[in-house]
Design a protein. Structure first.
Length: 204
């Protein structure tokens, strides 16, 4: 467990996600607006199935890592960041950040991504990928002008980007990418649409 102060003076406690965090995750999900849920999952997600909860909390801390931020006063979860390693290219992992609506804009997403990057480097991950909504050509142009961040795949309504992890901290490109997701019509999802669809189809 570690403590940190956000840019507005708020305090958070951050620790690895545990299997026993199912109820914590569900309560946090209930606090996400419908829009935030859509932007995180890239599809309508009115509720989390038991299968999805198991997936999101059954973390091996090697190929699948997740860290949760807690409000030290209420002990409720206010943000989660995770990576899932690409089984075909072990040096790559998909990164995902979710912050509860009333904690957005305080720098929590950046903090969580920084901590996630530390863990990723320790496990041999050198590149983060992210799948985001991209609703217009202007947004695509912005993404393509981010330097080392490159667009690696496009599908209807989404864009997948890749960014190298620096030796320490976060690169300017990763910080810029996270800033874009907070200020524009894009989002870093909690899980990929494929994962969400597959897990949702399993039902409880």
């Amino acid at each position: 467990m570690s403590e940190a102060t956000l840019r507005d003076g708020s305090r958070v406690e951050v620790r690895p996600v545990r299997r026993s965090d199912a109820e914590l995750l569900l309560r946090g999900f209930e606090r996400l607006s419908e829009e935030s849920r859509y932007r995180r999952f890239l599809c309508s997600m009115p509720e989390l199935s038991d299968s999805m909860v198991r997936y999101l909390t059954n973390v091996d801390h090697h190929d699948h890592e997740a860290v949760v931020a807690l409000d030290p006063v209420t002990r409720e979860g206010v943000g989660v960041a995770r990576y899932v390693r690409d089984p075909a290219r072990h040096e790559r992992a998909e990164a995902a950040v979710t912050v509860i609506d009333d904690w957005q804009g305080r720098g929590l997403g950046t903090l969580l991504l920084e901590l996630l990057a530390v863990r990723a480097r320790e496990e041999g991950v050198t590149r983060f990928t992210a799948l985001m909504l991209a609703s217009n050509d202007e947004m695509m142009e912005v993404l393509e002008n981010l330097g080392p961040v490159r667009v690696i795949d496009r599908e209807a309504g989404t864009v997948e980007v890749e960014a190298p992890l620096p030796a320490d901290g976060l690169s300017a490109e990763l910080r810029h990418l996270l800033k874009l997701t907070a200020e524009t019509d894009t989002a870093v999802p909690l899980a990929t649409p494929g994962e969400a669809a597959r897990l949702a189809s399993k039902g409880p």
